[in-house]
Ligand binder design. Structure first.
Ligand code: PMP
Length: 437
């Protein structure tokens, strides 16, 4: 295909004809190249990337050290299947993740390819260890698009529509959300009701919870909630699984967000930014739990591919060399302060929240010049995100009401680029509100 014929418009037409309709697309943009926190489309237009491939690019697009490590690996071997012929990078990555995961106990790791696969395997391992079947997840939670993970996912539209039935023995308790009127007590009460009415506690293998709900709207799990979940889990021999697919790999200021809990999960799932854009995922956890499935019970053809391992080891090195955990904190503080300031000029911003560099604003209709927390502004959010794209800023929305704009900018972005993105965000919000500059 002659590159002169590549325009966003004609690629959209080809895409519509060739690609399954169910594959969503946030923006009608086709990318030509990316570098750090910027991308250029096929028409050579530049964008500031605040979406980071949905939390995959903590080290930025095409980090030179990650690309170099992958190229080096490509020249040695690309695939053997770890279950057939093993290789050192898998073992080294497992060793590193075991050291990084919170908890003063021996740990082991299983590598896979995607976040959903990690969650699937965490459930398999929890069932094998506890010899119980039920799993309790939370409203607003998101865990992937495979059948089990869709079952665990709280939000129905658009993920689950038409795809059921999902594997049984999954129950949803309320996730605490003070902004929308669900206290920690209310959430724990809903869990108690499930254990009273729906499933005997002796049948529950695990609780699965995101430290910060990602797709659900960047709501941070209150520490007290996690402590109470941990206590309940301990009391009844239930495992606590932290789904850190979106929060992990340094996004929240620590390598795993659950390091900030003060209590350790038994199993952690991680993926996304782990390999800076190359597909790999992991389940890390208590050694005795991880060892419950017998030999041959876990794995997959591409699971823990050498290319993903090489990339992940390079990402870990970049985090050390560029002190990206501290940068994650700093980016979070910078964005938080600027967004709170923006909220004084844009009253529709009813909440600014997050953990580390996982930051979001929630938009509402206004009443008497103030955000009305009973009226989420989904249409305004959609317009602002579309307007931002036209102005050269890639944003992503999320949330159960579709009224949250989340920021997952590469941690390697400069302050100047963050500032540029924030100016574009504010201008886009004002334009979506019909305010002339
Ligand atoms: N769990 C969480 C918390 C996620 O955010 C996601 C992806 N958005 C997944 C699981 C699924 O990951 P993947 O898309 O890599 O399968």
């Amino acid at each position: 295909m002659n590159s002169a014929t590549l325009t966003n418009e004609n690629l959209m037409a080809r895409r519509r004809a060739a690609v399954a309709r169910g594959v969503g697309q946030a923006h009608e943009v086709f990318v030509a190249r990316g570098s750090n926190a910027e991308v250029w489309d096929v028409e050579a237009r530049r964008y500031v990337d605040f979406a980071g491939g949905i939390a995959v690019l903590n080290t930025g697009h095409c980090h030179p050290a990650v690309i170099a490590a992958v190229k080096e690996q490509l020249d040695l071997y690309t695939h053997t299947c770890f279950q057939v012929l093993a290789y050192e990078p898998y073992v080294e990555l497992a060793e590193r993740l075991n050291q990084l995961a919170p908890g003063h106990f021996e740990k082991k790791t299983l590598l896979l390819s995607s976040g959903a696969e990690a969650v699937e395997n965490a459930v398999k391992i929890a069932r094998a260890y506890t010899r119980r079947s039920a799993v309790i997840a939370f409203t607003g939670g998101y865990h992937g698009r495979t059948m089990m993970t869709l079952g665990l996912t709280g939000k129905v539209q658009p993920y689950k529509t038409g795809f059921g039935p999902f594997p049984g023995e999954v129950f949803h308790a309320e996730f605490p959300n003070e902004l929308h009127g669900v206290s920690v007590d209310a959430a724990m009460h809903s869990l108690a009701l499930i254990l009273k009415n729906d499933v005997e506690v002796e049948r529950v293998a695990a609780f699965i919870v995101e430290p910060v709900q990602g797709e659900g709207g960047f709501y941070v799990a209150p520490r007290e909630f996690i402590e109470r979940l941990r206590a309940l889990a301990d009391q009844h021999g239930i495992l606590l699984i932290a789904d850190e697919v979106q929060t992990g790999a340094g996004r929240t200021g620590t390598w795993f967000a659950s390091e900030q809990w003060g209590v350790a999960p038994d199993l952690i799932t991680t993926a996304k930014s782990l390999a800076g854009g190359f597909p790999i995922s992991a389940v890390v956890g208590r050694a005795e739990v991880m060892d419950a499935p017998g030999p041959g019970g876990l794995g997959g053809t591409y699971a823990g591919s050498p290319i993903g391992c090489a990339a992940a080891l390079a990402v870990l090195k970049v985090f050390e060399e560029e002190q990206l955990l501290a940068r994650s904190q700093a980016v979070g503080e910078f964005l938080g302060a600027k967004l709170r300031d923006m909220a004084t000029r844009v009253p529709n911003i009813g909440d600014v929240r997050g953990l580390g560099a996982m930051v979001a604003i929630e938009l509402f209709e206004t009443r008497n010049g103030q955000a009305d927390l009973h009226r989420p502004a989904a249409e305004l959010t959609r317009r602002a995100v579309a307007e931002a794209c036209r102005r050269g800023l890639i944003l992503l929305s999320c949330g159960n009401y579709g009224n949250v704009i989340r920021i997952l900018v590469p941690l390697t972005a400069s302050d100047a680029l963050l500032q540029e993105g924030l100016l574009l965000l504010e201008a886009s919000l004002q334009a979506a509100l019909g305010v002339q500059p």
